[in-house]
Ligand binder design. Structure first.
Ligand code: OOG
Ligand code: NI
Length: 296
């Protein structure tokens, strides 16, 4: 198996276990005749969250995917959420795009910075430099091994009060944050995000409604929606257990670009559709793990 396949399979395996909505949606799509197997679902992109501090953050994390053949693309900045992000184009259409974000630690309060440093201070060099990036199993192992201690509940709560994103990363680390179903490649009748959302709600899926259930880019080319993150039973360093946000599922509809509108449907490839991401859509999708969504 290729290194990239080992890494992707490993990520999807852990993620599918942690997020019961993944199988629930796949099974319902099978029952509705939309797909035969999981492999019939095109994975539009996957996302990761990181802490923007020396030796960690995007600069460290991206080394893995650049080595796997990904190309760094556009930058996004989320002022209020104190987050920066880039997306990465895959080496071929067989693989998902990647969206990697990082928390701008320096923009947080002194108190929040100190809490984060308490956990990350022991990291004196970039841990990715210690992995053999030609070894898919070594990468898989790295992505699912803790780089810092599990937080105390008090630290988690203090971080959450200031940054929901910070709390999410301090507990969930590099676990896959979401995978994304390419809605535009589903059979006719389901290939529209509004209809697909109705289908999802019909099977009892709760959608993120921040800024409306469907987030639409200004050019109308990228329409996105997402589930509200699943809650996981998390054990904290003080021995207490609490239900906190885990990961979620996203749905994306990429419209065919105006210059390709005369190409027959069966000849449409990824390159003919709206590429990349959209700041205002992403800003609301981040909230899929926020208490404002998970407790509503
Ligand atoms: C990522 C949110 C943004 C998108 O597709 O714009 C995003 C996150 O929640 O970490 O996934
Ligand atoms: Ni996304």
């Amino acid at each position: 198996m290729e290194t990239i396949d080992i890494v992707m399979n490993g990520l999807m395996e852990r993620y599918t276990e942690r997020v019961p909505d993944v199988k629930k949606i796949t099974h319902a799509m099978q029952a509705a005749g939309m797909i035969y197997t999981q492999a019939d679902i095109e994975n539009d992109h996957v996302a990761f969250r990181t802490l923007g501090i020396p030796n960690l953050g995007i600069a460290s994390f991206e080394k893995i995917f650049l080595k796997l053949g990904y190309t760094k693309k556009d930058f996004y900045h989320f002022e209020a959420k104190k987050i920066d992000a880039f997306w990465y184009a895959p080496p071929s259409e067989a693989y998902p795009r990647i969206f990697v974000s990082e928390l701008r630690i320096g923009d947080l309060s002194e108190n929040a910075q100190n809490i984060i440093k308490k956990y990350t201070d022991a990291i004196k060099s970039d841990p990715v430099d210690d992995i053999d990036l030609n070894d898919g199993y070594a990468i898989d192992n790295f992505l699912h091994s803790p780089l810092w201690q599990i937080p105390t509940w008090a630290d988690y709560e203090a971080l959450q009060a200031e940054s929901e994103y910070a709390a999410w990363v301090i507990y969930n680390r590099y676990y896959l944050n979401h995978y994304t179903i390419s809605v535009h490649n589903l059979p006719l009748g389901f290939d529209d995000i509004y209809k697909f959302n109705e289908f999802l709600e019909g099977i009892g899926i709760k959608l993120n409604n921040a800024g409306g259930k469907v987030k639409v880019s200004p050019d109308n080319g990228l329409l996105q929606s997402s589930t509200v993150a699943e809650m996981i039973d998390a054990e904290f360093a003080d021995g207490s257990t609490h239900r906190i946000s885990g990961s979620y599922v996203e749905f994306a509809e990429r419209k065919v670009l105006p210059q390709f509108k005369n190409i027959p449907d069966d000849e449409i490839k990824r390159m003919h559709r709206r590429e990349g991401f959209e700041s205002n859509n992403a800003d609301k999708i981040f909230e899929s793990t926020f208490s404002s969504q998970t407790t509503r």
